[in-house]
Design a binder for this molecule. Structure first.
Ligand SMILES: [Zn+2]
Length: 426
């Protein structure tokens, strides 16, 4: 390397460690108060105090120079749990819920996940791709540099495969790392019998893995959705097909989901607001990550998962938006960091660790993402602020000054760059 592609200097570099960490009293961020980062061919090739890095770096005419002017520089957010591919909103349902209507009444009024299923099935590929692209842009604006997107509103073999193809299309169109997850087992579709649908889910796992269209499979294990026995069967099959195992577990009631995740050695169990203390401990012992979803608790006015329960269990915990039309329409990971602090009572350092390295770990990408480390992707978030606590002090404020994804500047001075504006579905 004669001249690097990118040189960021005078930044206040804050980073979690290079590998995932269990939450506990030791969680902290390392700091270089006046630091520089050198990026080349999409990766971080050097970093350290600005004076030292400038001494050993020779910028050329094509080096992108970024003077961060003392602003906070973090690894970009990784969002490890989204249902960002959906066709339409569920605004009416939100109002019904606010009036005190229960889930069954909402279903009877044509709401709930089956509305999302009908909307999805009725939407053309182009419409779905366009809406996913718009939501992805909003996520990037908040500092997200990699994310997971689940299928799960098609609820048939054919429609779930269609969902995965749309996700793949957007991953290719934007170059943003998207981890696709098959979630055929999101709900039972009304038109088929239970056993027949379980078989269809198995078939989808086999096909998705074979086509390289999914990396993981997720099952909604919850009272009234799929039982732990069904979850065990579906996930065991998915693992045999070559997919990583994920679970929606214990969101509404203790349903044995955390325990099942531990038994299977899943990559993660997510939600966990109603998980038992024993279940959380078993997860920690089996090195199963917990994905905390504060947007959902906020939006549904439910008790959030308390940080102290996560610390006491010694869990590797991550944060995610759970972006979906019914219970968490958030796309911003910055907002999740703020909610994690205020609602769940995580510290700022914990919330940032959960939204970066631990989130990357859930997606199997801790070696390439989630910290400011030489050799990892040069994927950075430069805040508009000089104090990282502003992230939680001003929830909802526009805190992004710049976003760099694998060396590409996607947001500059708070606005999408020409490269992002040029993203189109073809
Ligand atoms: Zn979810």
């Amino acid at each position: 390397m004669k001249h690097p592609d990118l040189l960021l200097f005078h930044g206040q570099l804050l980073s979690p460690p290079a590998a995932a960490v269990a939450l506990g009293p030791d969680v902290s961020l390392s700091s270089i108060p006046d630091g520089a980062i050198v990026g080349h061919r999409g990766k971080i090739v050097d970093l350290g105090p600005t004076a030292e890095v400038l001494e050993r770096t020779t910028p050329g005419p094509n080096t992108r120079m970024i003077d961060a002017q003392g602003r906070v520089v973090l690894p970009g957010w990784v969002d490890p749990h989204t249902h960002m591919l959906y066709a339409d909103d569920r605004l009416d349902e939100m109002e019904l819920r606010h009036q005190g209507k229960g889930y069954l009444e909402i279903l009877a009024a044509g709401g709930g996940i089956l509305k999302s299923m009908r909307d999805f099935r009725a939407a053309a590929d182009g419409v779905l791709a366009e809406s996913l692209l718009e939501r992805l842009k909003e996520a990037v604006q908040s500092g997200t540099v990699a994310l997971e997107v689940k299928s799960g509103y098609g609820l048939s073999l054919e429609e779930e495969m269609r969902a995965l193809r749309v996700i793949d299309r957007i991953a290719k169109a934007t170059g943003v790392p998207i981890t696709p997850t098959l979630m055929a087992a999101h709900a039972l579709p009304p038109e088929v019998d239970r056993q027949a649908y379980l078989k269809e889910c198995d078939l989808a796992a086999t096909q998705a893995a074979k086509a390289g269209l999914a990396k993981a499979a997720d099952v909604f294990v919850e009272e009234g959705v799929f039982t732990p026995e069904e979850g065990r069967r579906l996930l065991t099959h998915a693992r045999q097909a070559g997919l990583t195992m994920r679970l929606h577990a214990d969101e509404l009631a203790p349903s044995g989901g955390a325990e099942l995740a531990a038994e299977l050695g899943a990559a993660s169990a997510d939600h966990l607001t109603a998980a038992t203390a024993a279940g959380l401990l078993q997860m920690a012992e089996a090195a199963v990550s917990a994905v905390v979803l504060p947007g959902t608790s906020f939006f549904l006015h439910r008790q959030p998962l308390d940080a102290e329960r996560v610390r006491r269990a010694g869990l590797i915990a991550a944060l995610a938006t759970d972006c979906n039309p019914g219970s968490s329409p958030f796309r911003s990971m910055a907002m999740m960091v703020a909610l994690a602090f205020h609602q769940n009572r995580f510290t700022v350092a914990e919330a940032i660790t959960m939204a970066t390295i631990n989130a990357a770990h859930v997606l199997g990408e801790a070696a390439t993402l989630g910290s400011l480390t030489v050799g990892k992707r040069c994927s950075l978030l430069v805040l508009s602020s000089h104090d990282v606590r502003d992230l939680v002090y001003r929830p909802g404020a526009q805190m992004t000054w710049a976003v760099v994804e694998s060396g590409r500047v996607l947001i500059w001075q708070g606005r999408p760059t020409e490269e992002v504006e040029a993203w189109t579905i073809s």
